[in-house]
Write a new protein. Sequence first.
Length: 317
Amino acid sequence: MPRSLVTGGAGFLGSHICEYLLKKGHEVICMDNLSTGSIANIEHVHVEQFKFIKHDVTEYIYVDGPIDYVLHFASPASPKDYLQMPIQTLKVGALGTHKALGLAKEKKATFLLASTSEVYGDPLEHPQREDYWGNVNPVGPRGVYDEAKRFAEALTMAYHRYHGVNTKIVRIFNTYGPRMRPKDGRAIPTFIPQALRDEPLTVFGDGSQTRSFCYVDDLIEGIYRLLVSDYHEPVNLGNPHEMTIKEMAEMVIKVTGSKSPIIYKPLPVDDPQIRQPDISLAKQLLDWQPRVNLEEGLTGTIAWFKQRGTTAGAYYE
Ligand code: UDP
């Protein structure tokens, strides 16, 4: 039975990865310091092949016994979170990636880095291909996340080239689904509770900026295919279906059947104007492409928010 360590395993993506690996027959160690992750995301997992360790991966990681795969997902990931935790964000991308790579080297494990479309910054090429180097402001508020992930990619390639570690890098584009935190400040988990309460949806700027949203199940499938591939350069994973944020707000209103109006708030500093993955590489290499369309994905996500609203008392926590 393969044995895997998932850092950030109690987070949105990490918890979905843990469950996917369990289904594939892995033994899974979930490591998280719970700074943005939550036990609520994993408390329903009751199999003995699953273990949770509370640990900050910027500190030395000690795990007993063999490890076959290290998947490094630990990091604040929403602009609101990394603006509130700028130094922790830089530390987990730099020191945390170093510790996770060190563990993979020691255990002769395959390593996968969760990188991000933010490495492309406010892109001057559209859609973004893996060979585009990006347009990142290192000293802007988003720089703490963008540069941490760029450093993490560089460190991962150095461990691959210099130490021969079997590494993979996934550049994750906007992803949504159950277990996003309603207060993490991102568009979809902000809009859904607003729509469910018939409150105004807060669109930033004039809403003409674009994003391309991928349903979490599609993304996780792609990540697993990359993990077991033999490719070492970065690979984009995301849904190329691009839309404006205003269109997304209108879609949330439609699918929830809400009476909410849309109101406009100031655009955050360095908010990218456009973003869309070119997934030709993933298609060719992994025979992968997203399958869940936006309406289906939103319906599943909204159902989860509604259920959470009744069981946890509020959709807002
Ligand atoms: N956004 C918005 N209203 C909100 C939250 C976000 O209009 O309540 C906008 C945000 O400015 C950005 C887009 O939605 O242009 C996507 O933001 P998100 O935080 O989801 O992801 P990211 O900016 O990291 O792609």
